[in-house]
Write a protein that binds this ligand. Structure first.
Ligand code: GAL
Length: 491
């Protein structure tokens, strides 16, 4: 007879194997908004509440952006009793009042601290105060903690030192009994991609993003020719989209449901990139399963920004239940360079839950280019050299930007005078609503709004050829259209 406690133990250790931090949170990459990229320390109760209203009015909460995350600069001092109080000028009613209102509107409330004596903006940090700070967060109804890396008092330099410093907060959060997702922000230091999943739901893998597609900057201090340089001494604050992609490429596969490589918050709508660059940035962050935290000031959203961040066919890549990031299957440096000497093309490819494949052709060269994605490369994970059974069949190709909301439609939402007008517009557009139909269900049901528009077919053993404009990406879903009779075709 098998003792029941043995069964429990066996089931529990199995859960450990598949569940990363095993707190059951962030089974798909978290989505939401964070104030830092656009507003830095200019935070207040009004900002959080007016932004949450915008998220609802613009239909973004219902696209899945359900976290409102307050970054640095909310603190007053740490009091005699060991607890940090919020700045009363910025948050006159305290944090609980904000989280109650956010929860009532269907949001999760995110906050910020640092595993250091100070936060990056030099407010009170949580190092050696983890329990009291975690108690605070729990009592304020916090659901998500972004946990930074500044002023760590030298407690870094080996994976174990960093692991233990961050684990103290992970343990403290768990001890509160409240479900709080933990998002590490140690900029890729000490190989966080190898241990982050044991204690957290996400981990930043690079220095801070800035609003540039490809411009190298000394403040993104790793060797830009070798972004995976393990001896990088200054992950920095000015990392371009292209730099971050190059840095994460060798370990995208470390993301699993419950624990994600965080490529940093989105810059879409901030003004430093072209529309095509923002589309590429957004789609790659979705396909690579980064958390999708909007970083723009939503109170001044433009129509083209809205129609990027509300594309359900792209978001469905992020929220796909398979929960594995697309990987880079081809990189070509032999292409025209810009004035900084930067220029390259990539092909990214990733498996999706229903057997579809996301395929992205990225042109980060300095000219429009004809690009080619052979099935043998697209399916290299299933067998290199064209041996993958998937290379032996034809695929229908669906363009995931084809049904982007028009500028006029986006403008009508942005300019709608009241709730009723907005509801009528959304009704007329029949826009996707993930509150009504979660992405998992929509994908399962084959909801057309998640699948883009068919633009062609790739025959077995051939390639998808397309012109890709300078600094843009083509983003596709490949869907099986038939299996050739000879050869292996078991999928
Ligand atoms: C940085 C972090 C940013 C932001 C900032 C706040 O370390 O990477 O995302 O949180 O600190 O001071």
């Amino acid at each position: 007879m098998v003792h029941s406690s043995l069964i429990v133990t066996a089931a529990f250790s199995w859960l450990h194997l598949v569940n990363a931090v095993n707190n059951g949170l962030a089974r798909t990459p978290p989505m939401g908004w964070n104030n830092w990229n656009s507003l830095a320390c200019d935070v207040s109760e009004d900002l959080l509440l007016s932004t949450s209203k915008k998220l609802i009015d613009l239909g973004l909460r219902d696209m899945g952006y359900d976290h409102v995350v307050l970054d640095d600069c909310w603190q007053d001092i740490r009091g005699e009793d060991g607890y940090v109080t919020p700045d009363k000028g910025k948050f006159p009613n305290g944090m609980r009042a904000i989280s109650d209102q956010l929860h009532m509107k269907g949001f999760k409330f995110g906050m910020y601290s640092s595993a250091g004596e100070m936060t990056c903006a030099r407010y009170a940090g949580s190092l050696d105060h983890e329990s009291k700070d975690a108690e605070n967060f729990a009592s304020w109804g916090v659901d998500f903690l972004k946990y930074d890396n500044c002023y760590h008092m030298g407690r870094m330099g080996t994976p174990e030192t960093s692991f233990n410093r961050f684990k103290a907060m992970s343990d403290a959060l768990r001890a509160t009994g409240r479900q709080i997702a933990l998002s590490l922000c140690n900029w890729g230091e000490d190989y966080v991609h190898t241990w982050g999943m044991s204690i957290a739901n996400a981990w930043r893998m690079s220095g801070d993003i800035y609003d540039s597609f490809a411009r190298p900057d000394d403040l993104c201090g790793c060797d830009t020719n070798n972004p995976t340089d393990p001896f990088c001494i200054a992950p920095g604050t000015h990392c371009s989209v292209l730099f971050i992609l190059n840095k994460v490429a060798p370990f995208v596969d470390r993301s699993i449901p419950g624990g994600w490589n965080d490529l940093d918050m989105l810059e879409v709508g901030q003004g430093g990139m072209t529309d095509e660059e923002y589309k590429a940035h957004f789609a790659l962050w979705a396909a690579l399963k980064s958390p999708l935290m909007l970083g723009n000031d939503l109170r001044v959203t433009s129509p083209s920004t809205l129609s990027i961040i509300n594309n359900p066919a792209i978001i469905a890549l992020s929220q796909d239940m398979h929960g594995r990031a697309a990987q880079r299957v081809a990189r070509n440096l032999d292409v025209p360079k810009d004035e900084y000497g930067v220029g390259e093309t990539h092909i990214w490819s990733g498996k999706l839950h229903n057997g579809d494949q996301v395929v992205i052709l990225l042109n980060a060269a300095n000219e429009d280019l004809d690009m080619s994605a052979p099935l043998s490369e697209i399916f290299v994970s299933e067998g290199p050299g064209g041996s993958a059974p998937q290379a032996n069949q034809s695929w229908e190709v669906f363009d995931l930007w084809a049904n982007r909301m028009s500028d006029a439609e986006a403008r009508s939402i942005l300019e709608a005078a009241d709730d009723q007008t907005r509801a009528e517009i959304f009704g007329k557009l029949g826009w996707y609503n993930a509150t009504d139909i979660p992405y998992e269900v929509g994908l399962e049901q084959g909801d057309k709004r998640l699948f883009g528009q068919k633009v062609g077919v790739v025959e077995a053993h051939s390639a998808w050829n397309v012109k890709v404009l300078r600094h843009s990406a083509k983003v596709y879903r490949f869907r099986r259209s038939g299996v050739k009779s000879e050869g292996h075709n078991e999928l």
